[in-house]
Design a binder for this molecule. Structure first.
Ligand code: FES
Length: 253
């Protein structure tokens, strides 16, 4: 029994070796070559050209979530290009740029104009900016104080003697040298702000050592032309803008 069994076993082995295919070099090569199709296309540079004809809907970035075979592909924009000739296109472009420029300029002008109109003074404020005074009611040798833009304004109807006194003075000796003729338009009318140039008090008229105004706050003396003569005030009393539209009319502002 034993020799028969051994003979059968060896026969079976021989048959098995003969029947199974031997691993060959060709098979190994075919396994190496069978890499993914997309890699093979990239390597050969024939992607899409031979096996896939591009259409106007092809995207270089892949479709349906599938990565593109060749990301170097440039999309075809041919369907968006103008069919008109070049000069027609240029005229249209110039027209559009010019129109947009005009619209922008008009909008900017309207914005700036609105801003300036809003910021400018209203009519009632402008009306307050000027004050008209009837000079016929002010006798010679008298002072009148009026309010202009929230400040007191002194109006002095000077006498002949006061005018002479104001003119006959050595201007160089003054702290703030100013001739009387530089401070008045008509010698008989002296118009100036009633605000002390030291710290802003309101001086008292017909007082002080020089027959003009005296500031009681710190003792500044002004003469009959409103020039500082004594005390801490550094400057003469300020003369505002004014005019005489008629003989007996004064407009301040
Ligand atoms: S405020 Fe007039 S002297 Fe000082």
């Amino acid at each position: 029994m034993r020799p028969v069994t051994q003979a059968a076993t060896s026969a079976a082995r021989k048959w098995t070796r003969h029947a199974l295919p031997k691993p060959s070099r060709a098979a190994a090569t075919s396994f190496t070559v069978s890499q993914p199709e997309s890699q093979r296309r990239l390597a050969t540079g024939t992607a899409g050209a031979a096996s896939h004809s591009p259409t106007s809907f092809d995207s270089p970035f892949g479709q349906s979530g599938r990565p593109a075979d060749n990301t170097n592909k440039v999309p075809n924009f041919g369907q968006y290009m103008s069919r008109s000739n070049e000069s027609t296109n240029r005229v249209f472009q110039y027209f559009m740029v010019g129109s947009m420029g005009l619209l922008t300029a008009a909008g900017a002008k309207a914005t700036v104009q609105d801003f300036l109109v809003n910021m400018s003074a209203s009519a009632d404020v402008l009306a307050m900016a000027k004050v008209e005074v009837d000079l016929g009611s002010i006798p010679e040798g008298k002072n009148v104080i009026i309010k202009w833009r929230g400040k007191p304004v002194f109006i002095r109807h000077r006498t002949e003697g006061e005018i002479k006194e104001a003119e006959n003075i050595k201007v160089e000796s003054l702290r703030d040298p100013q001739a009387d003729s530089e401070r008045v338009k008509k010698p008989e009318w002296l118009i100036m702000l009633g605000v002390c140039t030291h710290l802003g008090c309101v001086p008292i008229g017909e007082a002080g050592d020089f027959g003009g105004w005296f500031c009681p706050c710190h003792g500044s003396h002004y003469d009959i032309s409103g020039r500082v003569r004594k005390g801490p005030a550094p400057l003469n009393l300020e003369v505002p803008e004014y005019d005489f539209p008629e003989d007996d009319k004064l407009v301040i502002g």
